[in-house]
Structures are given as structure tokens and as C-alpha cells.
Design a protein around this ligand. Structure first.
Ligand SMILES: Nc1ncnc2c1ncn2[C@@H]1O[C@H](COP(=O)(O)OP(=O)(O)OP(=O)(O)O)[C@@H](O)[C@H]1O
Ligand SMILES: [Mg+2]
Length: 305
């Protein structure tokens, strides 16, 4: 039986603007963010088009989560402009825009005091949807992420890591989002479960007709889920381009990240600490690189900001 993600309804908010006249779905201009003395993001420019799937990659601590928290309005930038569908979250359209966004947080962030279906239906119940209807929608979304109906009554503590990720994705889908953010959706999962979750991300995003932004260290996730990728280093987006361009890129930062090498421009000033990280990412990225070797680099679009 085909999964129910094929039957999920597209958010009507997406249809409000025809693609011919639409601004970028997400537009970031000149974004700076610091915490006290620490400058985390510097002059970030990023456009994500309607229906596009964008991966934001970079080493741990580079500011990937801070960037999406700024886009989501959870953190206030020091400088710069962030527009969604051409509007700021602070504008009159802010509430409608917020309602059109779904987030799968790093780690899943399920509520331990609720069972699985209540977690999935959380936003609907908050909005006043009748319990029976909300549960029905939760079961539909659990089916969409290929979890059996009996999972609905389990507590989060009874789930494996892969099941938690699926429930978190189902929860995000339940309110028909127009934009999906995934923060490290496959971290801590085995390679096969990682691939299954990546497939779910692709299928669910397409079925909703949504725009997707995925933060990841894992190149196999980039190759599987993204149309384009942007590399964050030293607070700046040092490269943006198609995943094909990334796989074949001659850019030294991209090559170091894709190949998971200890030596390179991203570890020049801190070799001791970074050797550990680089060797950890090397194993997972080697396999992904092999699968990507067929990609060409014709559409590379190098950007420095
Ligand atoms: N609320 C905060 N207050 C102070 N510093 C913060 C805050 N949030 C993030 N930071 C700092 O900003 C930097 C970037 O953090 P962020 O969580 O965005 O990294 P990341 O790229 O998502 O890393 P990871 O891949 O490990 O999730 C880190 O140095 C972190 O300590
Ligand atoms: Mg993070």
C-alpha cells in the first residue's frame, strides 16, 4: 500500500502568490549576529526559491542553528533583513507566515509528557482542532512517515532514535507547512536509517509542495535531499551552488568539507582540535563522495560574502 504522504494536502498559503510574480521564498540580506564579544554570523546573503530544497552545511559550532533561528525569528539579528514571501515576520503577515513554517528541531524535541499522537497533533490541538479530528490527522501523518498505527499510543521514551526522528517529521507535517526546516535530521542514526529518513524528507517535502531548508554535516543527506547547498565557515557563507557543483567543486573549502580532510583552509588555525572533527566526518563523507563522483561541476556558482 502506498504511504499516505502522497495524499497530504498542500498548504493553501502556497497558492496565494503565482510563481511568476513571487519573490524568493526566503531572502536573507546582510545578516550579522553576535553573542556579546563573539561574532557568529557576518554579512550572510542567501536566497531560497519557492519549492527548492537547500542544504546549509558547515562544521559544528559554525552557526548553522543560529542562522535558522534568526530566519525563524527565534533570535534577533544585529543587522540585516530577512524576508519570507517578501514579508518580514514582524509585518502584518507575520502570524500567517509563522503558521506556514514547520521545524524539525535538532534532537527532535518531543514532549515527554505526551504520547506520540498527542505530540504529532500538538499544534492542531493548540489551535483548537477537535481531539478526534486531530488524532485522525496524527495517524495519517504517522502513516506518512511509515510508522504503524500502534506507535500512536507509545510514549517518546519507548521510541528508538530513528522512530523519534520520524515522529518529529510527522509532527511537522501535521499542520501542512509551506516551509520545512530540518536541523540535523539524521544525526546519530545508522546509515540505512539515515537513508530512509532522507527519503522521507524528499517525499514529504514534495507531497506538501514545500520549500525545505536542511542543516546537516552529512554529505549523503545533501546529495539525497538538496537541490543546492551553502557552506558556512568562519561566520560567512563561503560557497553556494548546486549539489552537482559541490561534488565537483575545486573550491578549497568545499573540497575539504566534502572529503572530510583534516588539512585545509577550514582547519589552518586550529589543527589539534579540528583533526578530531575532520577524521569523524571523513568516514561518513567518503561513502557519500563515491556516490557523487558522477556529478559534473558545470553549474558551480561560487559566492563569497
Ligand atoms: N543563545 C546563545 N547564546 C550565546 N551563544 C550562542 C547561543 N546560541 C549559539 N551560540 C554560539 O554560537 C555559535 C554557533 O552555534 P550553533 O548552535 O549555531 O552552531 P551549529 O553550527 O549549529 O553547530 P552544530 O553543528 O554542533 O549543531 C557557537 O559558538 C555557540 O556557542
Ligand atoms: Mg546546530
Amino acid at each position: 500500500m502506498p504511504p499516505l504522504w502522497k495524499k497530504l494536502r498542500k498548504n493553501p498559503f502556497a497558492a496565494a502568490v503565482s510563481s511568476a510574480e513571487a519573490p524568493a521564498k526566503i531572502s536573507v540580506r546582510g545578516l550579522d549576529k553576535s553573542f556579546e564579544e563573539k561574532q557568529v554570523l557576518t554579512n550572510i546573503d542567501l536566497d531560497i526559491e519557492r519549492g527548492e530544497s537547500m542544504a546549509i552545511v558547515g562544521r559544528s559550532g559554525e552557526g548553522k542553528s543560529v542562522l535558522i533561528k534568526c530566519i525563524l525569528g527565534l533570535l534577533t539579528p544585529d543587522r540585516g533583513e530577512i524576508l519570507i514571501d517578501g514579508h518580514s515576520l514582524d509585518s502584518d503577515e507575520g502570524d500567517a507566515l509563522r503558521a506556514s513554517i514547520g521545524i524539525v528541531f535538532q534532537g527532535g524535541a518531543l514532549f515527554d509528557s505526551m504520547n506520540v499522537w498527542q505530540n504529532v497533533a500538538f499544534r492542531l490541538l493548540q489551535q483548537g482542532t477537535a481531539k478526534r479530528k486531530a488524532k485522525q490527522r496524527a495517524l495519517q501523518c504517522l502513516n506518512a512517515v511509515e510508522l504503524p498505527a500502534k506507535t500512536a499510543e507509545l510514549d517518546p521514551s519507548e521510541l528508538s532514535g530513528g522512530m523519534r526522528k520520524r515522529v518529529a517529521i510527522a509532527r511537522t507535517m501535521a499542520s501542512d507547512p509551506d516551509i520545512l526546516f530540518f536541523d540535523e535530521p539524521t544525526s546519530g542514526l545508522d546509515p540505512i536509517t539515515t537513508d530512509l529518513i532522507n527519503e522521507l524528507i524528499v517525499n514529504c517535502t514534495k507531497s506538501l509542495g514545500a520549500t525545505a531548508v536542511t542543516i546537516t554535516h552529512d554529505m549523503s543527506s545533501v546529495y539525497k535531499t538538496a537541490d543546492r547547498a551553502a557552506l558556512l565557515f568562519d561566520g560567512r557563507l563561503v560557497w553556494q551552488g548546486s549539489k552537482r557543483a559541490m561534488a565537483g567543486s575545486k573550491d578549497a573549502h568545499v573540497r575539504q568539507f566534502v572529503q572530510g580532510k583534516a588539512q585545509g583552509p577550514m582547519t589552518r588555525n586550529s589543527p589539534q582540535e579540528n583533526n578530531t572533527h575532520a577524521s569523524n566526518t571523513q568516514a561518513s563523507n567518503t561513502q557519500a563522495r563515491q556516490g557523487a563522483e558522477n556529478y559534473d561541476s558545470a553549474s558551480e556558482n561560487r559566492k563569497t560574502s
